[in-house]
Design a protein around this ligand. Structure first.
Ligand code: FES
Ligand SMILES: [Fe+2]
Length: 490
């Protein structure tokens, strides 16, 4: 090949490459741009997405778009829009002895929960301040401990989050001393003209060996600046809540009417000398967390799904008690004795309840992940822990007063109470899994609300819509308007 032919062939190859490169770059840029658009603007983040369904007044409204219950992009958006912005329940103080620690997952965040000997619950990001090791493995249960020691290089933290020890690293004070000694050695080397090795050779006791000193210090290292990253953590009764982004209203304001309605119960539930964990269970449910939430807050399904529950808590005895806050609220009053393990006389009541509370069950759903049956003798709570769009783990706990332990044959009676709640919960999971399968039908675009029974779900879906479009407002209660969902949307 002549030189000119060779040059021409190289040139044409270069031209081909030049032409190919911009095309592939353009393609990459375009696809990046498209994926950014779809990642930042899902329809569920726009008001118009909800306008023709849940934003309408209750008697005209349609239930939410069914794809919200299975779409993977929606699930990812919820992690930021819902789980980071709200107060999320992460457990109960009855599970945490003093001097213990455990973890909980909120969205993509692993939270370290500790209870020190002062009895206070605290939450931190589950990460060591050294090189970022996870401190308490997500898979490990709650365990007794007085400090949290990182398994990587053994940095040690107190349960209130302070860094207590960083092995083989001096504190800033020690560091300054060591730095001073190194400076002295360096001056000595300069003044004498000896090499570092010659000085070390003369230093029989090795006290002046610079590398020995240098290996133990980190300049400007102050343990006080390396405490664990705190996360807002507050309690109501025995329920523990965290808020990841730190911008939610104070818990009491967020909960609205709830703390007042169960104030008497909370006084007792927060005191571990008075109550005990009578049972707990984890449920694996193949459905979206919102279906489980919605199912709890309506009693329309009681006669069909839980005929035995209506013996103690009949549909006609349910009364709506909706005040403000991120909750739905109703009571059954008076409770009836229908021969079930939940009958009001089945176990000792929490002490100091009013006459009204001695014959009443409160049913609250606290947005986004906890609901409970608060009876005079027991508090059965379910906490939702979403795993994927169509998979939610439920953590259930039953808490009772310690005087129950004095009942003759108390173990059997407590077991009966737990089993009753357990059966009810299993019935709920079964129907929710069936709904999960159903809402995926192509023809289904949402249904209608029962005005009498499902104003709670209308309220829930409007709270959800608010947060998905970035609107933060405390939902109003029914006392400010005609009974409805607390939402009168135009
Ligand atoms: S990463 Fe925790 S001590 Fe090193
Ligand atoms: Fe139910």
């Amino acid at each position: 090949m002549s030189t000119s032919t060779y040059v021409a062939s190289v040139m044409s190859r270069a031209v081909r490459l030049q032409m190919a490169r911009p095309a592939s770059r353009q393609f990459r840029q375009l696809s990046r741009c498209l994926s950014t658009i779809s990642a930042t603007k899902h329809p569920s983040q726009t008001e118009s997405y909800f306008r023709n369904n849940v934003r309408l007044p209750l008697d005209e409204a349609q239930t939410m778009n069914p794809d919200l219950y299975s779409d993977a992009t929606v699930y990812e958006i919820e992690k930021k829009a819902i789980w980071e912005t709200t107060w999320v329940c992460v457990g109960t103080t009855t599970e945490y002895e003093k001097n213990s620690a455990g973890t909980a997952k909120v969205g993509d965040h692993s939270i370290l929960l500790t209870r020190a000997k002062d009895g206070l619950m605290r939450a931190f990001e589950n990460v060591c301040r050294h090189r970022g090791n996870q401190l308490h493995p997500d898979s490990e249960p709650i365990c007794a401990k007085k400090t949290v020691v990182c398994k990587y290089h053994r940095w040690c933290y107190s349960l209130d989050g302070r860094l207590l020890a960083a092995p083989l690293m001096t504190s800033s004070e020690g560091g300054k001393k060591a730095e001073k000694r190194i400076a002295e050695i360096e001056a000595q080397i300069r003044d004498t003209g000896l090499t570092e090795e010659e000085i070390i050779a003369l230093d029989k006791d090795k006290m002046l060996k610079p590398s020995a000193i240098a290996s133990s210090i980190a300049k400007k290292f102050d343990k006080a600046e390396y405490s664990l990253f705190p996360i807002r953590c507050e309690t109501l009764g025995h329920m523990i809540f965290v808020n990841i982004d730190g911008n939610a209203p104070p818990l009491n304001e967020y909960l609205g009417c709830v703390p007042k309605q169960i104030q008497e119960h909370c006084e007792i539930l927060r005191d571990e000398t008075q109550v005990f964990l009578a049972g707990s269970k984890t449920y694996d449910s193949k459905c979206n967390w919102k279906l489980l939430s919605e199912n709890f807050m309506e009693y329309y399904h009681l006669p069909s799904v839980h005929p035995s529950l209506t013996l103690v808590s009949s549909v006609d005895n349910h009364v709506r008690t909706q005040g403000p806050g991120y909750n739905t609220s109703f009571v059954t009053s008076p409770l009836t004795s229908g021969g079930t393990p939940l009958d009001p006389g089945a176990a000792p009541h929490f002490p100091n309840l009013s006459a009204y509370n001695n014959q009443t069950a409160w049913f609250h759903y606290i947005f986004p992940n906890v609901f409970y049956f608060c009876l005079p003798h027991s508090f059965f709570m379910v906490r939702l822990d979403p795993q994927s769009p169509e998979h939610t783990i439920e953590h259930a706990t039953l808490v009772m007063h310690k005087s129950t332990l004095d009942m003759e044959g108390y173990e059997g009676k407590v077991r009966d109470i737990f089993n009753f709640y357990d059966e009810t919960n299993l019935e709920d999971i079964e129907i929710c899994e069936s709904v999960q399968r159903g809402v995926k039908a192509t023809g289904y675009k949402g249904g209608r609300f029962s005005f009498r029974f499902e104003e709670t779900i209308h309220r829930f879906q409007n709270m959800y819509a608010d947060l998905m479009i970035g609107l933060r407002r405390i939902p109003e209660g029914d006392e400010t308007k005609l009974p409805g969902s607390g939402y009168s949307c135009s």
